[in-house]
Design a protein. Structure first.
Length: 543
């Protein structure tokens, strides 16, 4: 015996249409089950559009089918347009139901889905519904466009106005106080060009205007306040502005003046700083003559370009950049890490690798969820537009904004997919401290400069690389004596608050070589190693 769930759907605009009511559908489905010996497991009532399957009751019903063992093997509805008005979505959902052992069927348009030829009839039924839906949507858009051409504001009134209806039923927008006065004052203050936009915004908010900062920035550029309406692109027609039939808040002259002021204040795009591998130490070096920070530039010789670190105006010092860069490389090449810091770097590298995998996976899940929500928002906006709850401008604004965010999300997912995460299997044979010179050479420019800034707490005088590195470097690479205060008995108890105990136990081995490390310095070393390892591996992965 077949067991069925009855699915009864009717959208808001179909409630009064004969044959579409929930009672009518329920009676016909119940009669069908009685005549065909079908047991009714449950009846689901839905008041939602069939453009997508993102419907509250359908989603609940489908979750029940997936999580609970039931004897249900049929989903019955009166006609295929009750099931879906989108061909691609309908085929996808049919396949999902089949995998659960459930057969969808319309009692007024029965089809045997096991017969290949029946798919032609199914496509015809679904296509008819989709075409009808598209036709209605197009009619709505045409109506909205025509109304805007006549100077009418469509949809919810902007801030400072309210939706009204005349005795004859004509809808229009009228000024609303006190918002209208507050906005008029804001436009007049901007027009005087005496205060910043942020200051003006704060003043009108203090005076009682309820508006976000981003919304305020948008509304002071909206021509609706000077009695005009934006007519968006439609078919072959280009976007243009048309006089509205509503009352103006401000004059066109004041609005144009405000736009001119806003355009002048628009921030200029900051000049992009181009980093050069030839001048990798630019900004880190001090002039040996006057103590100023050295800059750098290139000059064309007879056959090639030569680069120099040089001082600013007033000082004539300059030196070949390639020679200074080579000195820094030689300094790195001579570095010899001391025990137990090889072991410590290995432990930190393994931990960073594991954390990297977990974070990358978590980031991908969050971006995917964000993209799914944006897709749902576009679908919901389309439903609201078709019902007339929002106008075409609002729908297009939501759609374009979401599409931009979706593109950014997809690009972010692609980047996360190719982002380098050091495999744990390669960690054991790649200690970054043993090969710090090689890792530095292979890293990208930005990572090199981050590494240099980490190694040198202050700017470096030429030829003094070894003496001007930070304290952690000096300890790790034994660049000078680093005896500090005697070790305390409660060393591990105090220092576990600063860093992980397993790292501190490794550092404690330095006592064997009479190099006693305090908890504070141990914490600095651990932090320094984490930063160095992360920077070098991140930089190498980009090449």
């Amino acid at each position: 015996m077949s067991v069925a769930i009855l699915y009864i759907r009717v959208s808001t605009d179909e409630q009064a249409v004969k044959g579409y009511s929930q009672r009518s559908q329920a009676e016909r489905l119940a009669k069908y089950c009685s005549l065909n010996n079908v047991e009714v497991f449950d009846t689901i009532f839905e008041d939602f559009s069939a453009k997508t399957f993102n419907r509250p009751q359908w989603m609940k019903f489908f979750e029940i089918l997936k999580t609970k063992n039931t004897t249900v093997n049929l989903v019955l509805f009166t006609s295929w347009d009750r099931f879906s008005r989108n061909i691609s979505d309908a085929y996808y959902m049919i396949q999902k139901l089949k995998k659960l052992g459930i057969n969808p069927q319309a009692i007024d348009q029965p089809i045997d889905l096991e017969i290949p030829e029946s798919k032609i009839m199914l496509a015809m039924y679904l296509a008819t519904s989709e075409v009808e839906n598209d036709r209605k949507s197009k009619s709505v858009r045409l109506g909205i466009h025509k109304a805007k051409q006549e100077g009418k504001w469509m949809g919810k009134a902007p801030l400072g106005y309210q939706n009204r209806q005349s005795m004859t039923g004509r809808k229009y927008i009228a000024l609303k106080e006190p918002e209208a006065t507050l906005l008029r004052n804001a436009f007049e203050m901007i027009g005087r060009d005496e205060y910043s936009i942020n200051y003006i915004y704060k003043q009108v908010v203090l005076a009682g205007l309820k508006c976000s900062r981003s919304n305020f920035s948008a509304l002071i550029r909206n021509p609706v306040y000077c009695g005009q309406i934006i007519i968006p692109e439609f078919g072959m027609e280009k976007k243009y502005i048309h006089d509205g039939i509503h009352e103006r808040l401000i004059s066109i002259l004041l609005f144009d003046k405000v736009q001119e002021i806003l355009n002048k204040r628009r921030k200029k795009t900051p000049r992009k700083v181009v980093l050069s591998d030839h001048l990798i130490l630019r900004g880190f070096l001090l002039c040996p003559d006057c103590g100023k920070t050295l800059t750098g530039s290139g000059s064309m010789g007879r056959s090639e370009k030569y680069y120099y670190y040089h001082c600013s105006l007033g000082c004539k010092f300059r030196t070949r950049a390639d020679r200074v860069n080579e000195q820094f490389l030689l300094f790195l090449k001579k570095l010899n890490v001391q025990e137990p810091y090889v072991e410590l770097s290995e432990m930190i590298l393994k931990d960073i690798s594991c954390e990297g995998y977990e974070k990358n996976s978590s980031d991908q899940s969050q971006v995917t969820l964000r993209v799914d929500k944006l897709l749902d928002r576009i679908i919901n906006a389309r439903d609201l537009f078709s019902k007339g709850d929002i106008d075409y401008d609002d729908y297009m604004t939501i759609r374009l904004h979401c599409q931009d965010q979706i593109k950014a999300g997809i690009k972010e997912l692609q980047q996360l997919a190719v982002n380098f995460v050091m495999p744990i299997s390669t960690v054991n044979r790649n200690y970054p401290l043993n090969e710090i010179y090689e890792f530095y050479k292979d890293a990208d420019i930005l990572s090199k400069r981050q590494f240099i800034g980490l190694v040198f707490p202050e700017k470096v005088i030429l030829d003094n690389f070894e003496t001007m590195v930070n304290q952690s470097m000096k300890i790790i690479f034994n660049l000078k004596d680093n005896l500090t205060s005697p070790i305390q008995e409660n060393y591990f108890e105090e220092s576990t608050k600063i860093a992980e105990e397993k790292y501190l136990k490794v550092i404690a081995k330095a006592v064997v070589k009479n190099e006693i490390i305090t908890p504070e310095i141990a914490s600095q070393i651990i932090f320094f190693l984490k930063k160095v390892i992360f920077i070098l591996f991140k930089g190498k992965s980009k090449n």
